[in-house]
Design a protein around this ligand. Structure first.
Ligand code: ZN
Length: 406
């Protein structure tokens, strides 16, 4: 979803610097390394490679920056030192903690005060070490146990807490008061709240806005593996279906809601893509035109309203229908509608097959054919048509000019 957002913002004319950090040290990595008797670096390198390979397959552009937590440990130690020095962080026997009572508006992201949060009880992950000053206090620096990866610090060897990793990397690369912080809705609390709390405790401005996305779920509460045959995750999905189908499926869900991955939804996405590909093939040689301004305005209106991608794709499919009808009827505005379809696809990172399949020499012949017709040189036009047909093209000539199809 954030690739869609990034592409849309860039398409809208904004320059985007997207930082996507890699947590390459945490408890689950250490546990897995111990379980599999492998160095933890081997696990993180492999997972990162698998991740970016999968992202590449679904046409997710590489982030501008991909910082690794382990490259920032020194800066994390410095930040934690500042928090200790200003009295907002304190030492216990298992690490360094932040005192959330020293953060004036702690709970802002979940719209809950500290008292409400505790009254709410169990489901929030606020309890931890028993020698904390307050149950919601969280670890900034964790002392290492023997055999665990460790870095030096003034308080003892250890590793940074997850919440400290993100705040240091984002403030270093994006600076104070950056525009947007994104993440899954499960990260809103405690993770994002705790990132923000550290910045506030340092007297720094953090993210100006936040976006939290919903989860990928199976339909009807079924396991994905059950409803979609062998498909249990994104890699499986891409083995069995056109990877673009996943982007299409996401586009047709709102980012804040759950994304339902069911057989029906995947089939519908595959079918929708086939329609778009056929459209791209049909219109491959339609003369270039300025995209229809009203269509793009309607598309922007939807997308600018909290990234309403279902609304945006509805405009896209409506425009495909109108353009097909215009081409069928030989109407003069078909070119502008066709161009608008390609603009909208580019804006959300949908690559259509068929669009670039007409090679330049065939397009040149089609253009020469149109020029010959305009000059009433029908002998030349007929000769060019025959040449194109001999090359396997179906040649359709209308008032808008010649289109080529296989
Ligand atoms: Zn984070």
């Amino acid at each position: 979803m954030y690739d869609v957002l990034r592409r849309y913002l860039e398409w809208s004319g904004l320059r985007v610097r997207l930082v996507s950090n890699i947590t390459d040290i945490d408890d689950s990595i250490i546990n897995r390394a111990n379980r599999e008797q492998r160095p933890w670096q081997e696990i993180t390198h492999k997972c990162e490679a698998v991740w970016f390979d999968a992202m590449g397959k679904i046409n997710v552009a590489r982030p501008t920056d991909v910082p690794h937590a382990t490259e920032y440990v020194e800066q994390m130690v410095t930040m934690i030192g500042e928090l200790v020095a200003n009295g907002t962080a304190y030492l216990t026997d298992d690490g360094v903690y932040l005192s959330v009572e020293r953060v004036p508006d702690y709970g802002l992201l979940v719209h809950q005060s500290l008292d409400d949060m505790l009254a709410g009880g169990g489901d929030r992950d606020v309890f931890g070490a028993d020698n904390k000053h307050h149950p919601a206090d969280f670890v900034l620096w964790k002392f290492s146990k023997p055999g665990e990866p460790a870095w030096p610090s003034p308080w003892g060897e250890g590793r940074p807490g997850w919440h400290s990793e993100c705040v240091v990397m984002s403030l270093d690369l994006l600076g104070e008061g950056f525009d947007l912080h994104c993440g899954g809705q499960d990260l809103k609390f405690p993770h994002h709240e705790n990132e923000r709390a550290q910045a506030v405790a340092l007297g720094k401005r953090f993210a100006n806005r936040w976006m939290h996305h919903g989860f990928v779920v199976d339909g009807e509460g079924e396991k994905m593996s059950k409803s979609l045959g062998n498909v249990a995750n994104l890699l499986d999905l891409m083995e069995h279906y056109d990877p673009r189908a996943y982007r299409m499926l996401l586009l047709q869900s709102h980012y804040r809601g759950p994304v339902s991955v069911t057989q029906d939804n995947i089939d519908a996405s595959v079918k929708a893509l086939a329609g778009l590909d056929a459209f791209a093939a049909r219109t491959a040689s339609v003369a270039a035109a300025d995209p229809d301004a009203d269509v793009l305005a309607a598309f922007r209106e939807r997308m600018d309203d909290d990234l309403d991608t279902p609304g945006g794709t509805a405009v896209l499919f409506d425009t495909v229908r109108r353009a097909n009808a215009a081409l069928d009827g030989g109407a003069a505005d078909a070119g502008a509608l066709v161009a608008a379809v390609h603009e909208m696809c580019a804006a959300v990172g949908l690559v259509l097959k068929g669009a670039a399949e007409v090679p330049a020499d065939a397009l040149a012949k089609a253009a020469a054919l149109d020029a010959a017709r305009a000059a009433k040189d029908f002998a030349t036009a007929d000769a060019l048509r025959a040449e194109l047909q001999a090359d396997g093209w179906t040649v359709e000539t209308s008032k808008q000019g010649t289109t080529l199809r296989r």
